[in-house]
Write a protein that binds this ligand. Sequence first.
Ligand code: ADP
Length: 343
Amino acid sequence: MTKKDLIYYLKEIRHFYGDTKVLEIDDLKIEKGSITGLIGPNGSGKTTLLRVLAFAEKPKFGQIFYKGRPEFPFSSTIRSKVTLLTQKPYLLKRTVFENISYGLKIRKDTDKLEKRVIEALNNVGLDFKDFALRKWHELSGGEAQRVAMAARLILKPEVLLLDEPTASVDTESAKLIRKASLKARDVWGTTLVIASHDLQWLYSISDKQFSLFKGNIFATGIENIISGPFENLDDKVVKKLDDGQIITLDVTQKKECIAVIIRKKNITIELFESTDKIFHNQLSGHIVSMLLEEKRGDIMVTVFVHDLTFVLRVTPDQISNLDLYPGKKVVLKFSSSDVEWIK
Ligand code: ADP
């Protein structure tokens, strides 16, 4: 990957709200024309990161390179190329037509304006005759989100940042928003960065997934993060589950950390416990979902171990050899030496 292929390079970004650190990203690269999924629990920093990428929030420390050049928050040239769609759509207190054409008018780019508004509305499944003259308050939540999406897509943005775009809309609107974002990428090469809890969607379209936890980013997609409190038990550090199972996290030293990561690549799925000593952990659970990652052809399996959720990636061969299906009881195995501690 050369510098030219990168649309973003974030270097040593730190952001705080008051004294609380909410982003700590040493190195983040996003390729031009790619689709990136952002996954993480509420409060993990997804919105803050999207606002930084939109140049709408100035991180306290660090640098942002856009297409290889240092760029600065709030710069108007950059903000016309990069656009953010938030979970709750922000519309001007005007008609649908005025909302959609606003960005073009600001740019003084009003050639064939009506035709372009018709097209933009069509893109999100809204009929021009029916909607163009409606006021902002005469729209359902899903329609308002589609209008907000059309207002962004008419600008043919280089980057479209989507913050839970389908979380509070009806199924039909969600479908149209998903379709329109993908079309932007396919037709104009728009780079997409999407934060969503809709993992099925993210896994089916994204080239890469990043997972965020307390402002830290993990480039390997969704990972298993177990929060404390932890206990010291016979020189081991463990996490006790209410169903009696014990997860051994460290056998060499005692740690005072807030959480641990157990990467999905380090977890083995089997049907029965074994006597293999390398696995300090053999946890019983059951499969709750299996999602196809279309780009890789692998399957992301989610397993509940009592009240903890684990994810791991399995191949179609493993699925058929072990006869895995949602509801099936399985044993997850991993070594405590593969556990990584988060301070
Ligand atoms: P996510 O999108 O993953 O839910 P956010 O980026 O919204 O996470 O929030 C990250 C952290 O920053 C949270 O702890 C949140 O409470 C805090 N936070 C977000 N916005 C503000 C703000 N304007 N002022 C103070 N704290 C904030």
